[in-house]
Structures are given as structure tokens and as C-alpha cells.
Design a protein around this ligand. Structure first.
Ligand code: E4P
Length: 221
């Protein structure tokens, strides 16, 4: 399973990348607004940190405009994946950009039928939003399970399932158990994966016991 970091904050991306777990990055307009930087300069800097798929999102609404915007985003760097909003216009743009060899990530997917269309259109990734479904009392992980089941029924579908809107380590565990291709994780979820209260307690005990070992029995500092 691949991990992407869901962030436009280059410092967070550097820190997560140093942990050795970052295979790619996803951004969106809200994440860019949070860091208050322009899309192109941010994407270029991210591409200099992580050598993997970096999603940059289109904001156009019509297929023709989405296609133009997608082409221009793809020119920023070879690693850019064009993020396209789900919908009829988005599907047209996905089909056209795929035919040109441009990789796409269809975002804002909330149903298995939408994911089915993404695979038909040749999307590289589909991003089902599990957290936002959970927020409205629907089961986000059930959607992942349905999409994976459908994709596995049809060998010629090549679209990868990118679990998005991840809010906690339980989402990550469930996505991995289901065999999702990718999960895109906020930085705080990545650090939570590394932590466990018994690890903290164990470290504290080992350090306390180390103080009791005679100085002469320890290696030179
Ligand atoms: C990633 O591609 C999505 O834009 C992101 O995971 C959305 O997450 P949110 O629902 O926490 O905003």
C-alpha cells in the first residue's frame, strides 16, 4: 500500500518524507489556501522534495477548460497528476487527458457508481472521501470495500483506489486491510501511526533502568 501525504505545507512534507513513508503528495485548493501560497511555486517545491505522484487540482467547471487547465498543470513537472472534480464534465476531461498520456486523480468521489465511471474513463486514481462520508453518518470504509470489489471483478480496470479524507489511524488500518492501493494522510495522522502509549511507557522504563546501570558498565559517551 502506498502512502501519500495530504498537504501543501512543505515543512510537513519534508518531515514526513524524512520518515521514509511518503510515496506521493495530494494537494487541493483548501490546503493551498491554508499555507497562503500560489499553486505553481508550491507544486514545484513539493516536486523537489518527493519523487512520486504529486496531485494538483483543477478549478475549472467545463470539460474544455478542465482539459486546458490539466495540460498546463501537467507541464509544471513530470510527476504532476491532474486532479479533476467528479462529474460529467470531469469525466470528459479525464478521458481526454488520459488519451494524451496525462495522469489523473478524480476527486470528490462519494459513490461506487462514480468510481465505476472513473475506471471507464481511464482515471489513474479515484479519490473516495471516507471522512466526509463518516461526517454525515455514512460508512466511508464500506464505499472503499464496494469500489475494490467492483474493480477486482474487471481485470481491465487499471484505476487505483486512493483513500482520501482520512481522519485517523483506524481509517488507515481499515484501508490497508481492504487492500486499497493508496491512502493520502494528513501529517498528524502519519505521526499518530508511529505512536503507542505502551511504546512511550516502555521507553520511559528503559531510560529509568539505564540510569541504574553502573557508569563503568556503560560504553564511553
Ligand atoms: C485529498 O485528495 C482530498 O482533497 C482530501 O483528502 C480531503 O480531505 P478533507 O475531507 O479532510 O478535507
Amino acid at each position: 500500500m502506498k502512502f501519500f501525504i495530504d498537504s501543501a505545507d512543505v515543512e510537513e512534507i519534508r518531515k514526513a518524507h524524512a520518515m521514509g513513508c511518503v510515496d506521493g503528495v495530494t494537494t487541493n485548493p483548501s490546503l493551498l489556501a491554508k499555507v497562503g501560497r500560489g499553486l505553481e511555486e508550491t507544486i514545484r517545491e513539493i516536486c523537489s522534495i518527493v519523487d512520486g505522484p504529486i496531485s494538483a487540482e483543477c478549478v475549472s467547471m467545463e470539460a474544455d477548460e478542465l482539459i486546458k487547465e490539466g495540460r498546463s498543470l501537467a507541464k509544471i513537472h513530470d510527476n504532476v497528476v491532474v486532479k479533476i472534480p467528479m462529474g460529467v464534465e470531469g469525466m470528459k476531461a479525464t478521458k481526454a487527458l488520459t488519451a494524451e498520456g496525462i495522469r489523473t486523480n478524480v476527486t470528490l468521489c462519494f459513490s461506487a457508481n462514480q468510481a465505476l465511471l472513473c475506471a471507464k474513463a481511464g482515471a489513474t486514481y479515484v479519490s473516495p472521501f471516507v471522512g466526509r462520508l463518516d461526517d454525515i453518518s455514512q460508512d466511508g470504509m464500506e464505499l472503499i470495500s464496494h469500489i475494490l470489489e467492483i474493480y477486482r471483478n474487471y481485470e481491465h480496470f487499471n484505476t487505483q483506489v486512493l483513500v482520501a479524507s482520512v481522519r485517523n489511524p483506524v481509517h488507515v488500518l481499515q484501508a490497508a486491510r481492504l487492500g486499497a492501493d493508496v491512502a493520502t494522510l494528513p501529517y498528524n495522522v502519519i505521526t499518530q501511526l508511529a505512536n503507542h502509549p505502551l511504546t512511550d511507557a516502555g521507553i520511559k522504563k528503559f531510560l529509568a533502568d539505564w540510569e541504574k546501570v553502573p557508569k563503568a558498565a556503560k560504553p564511553p559517551a
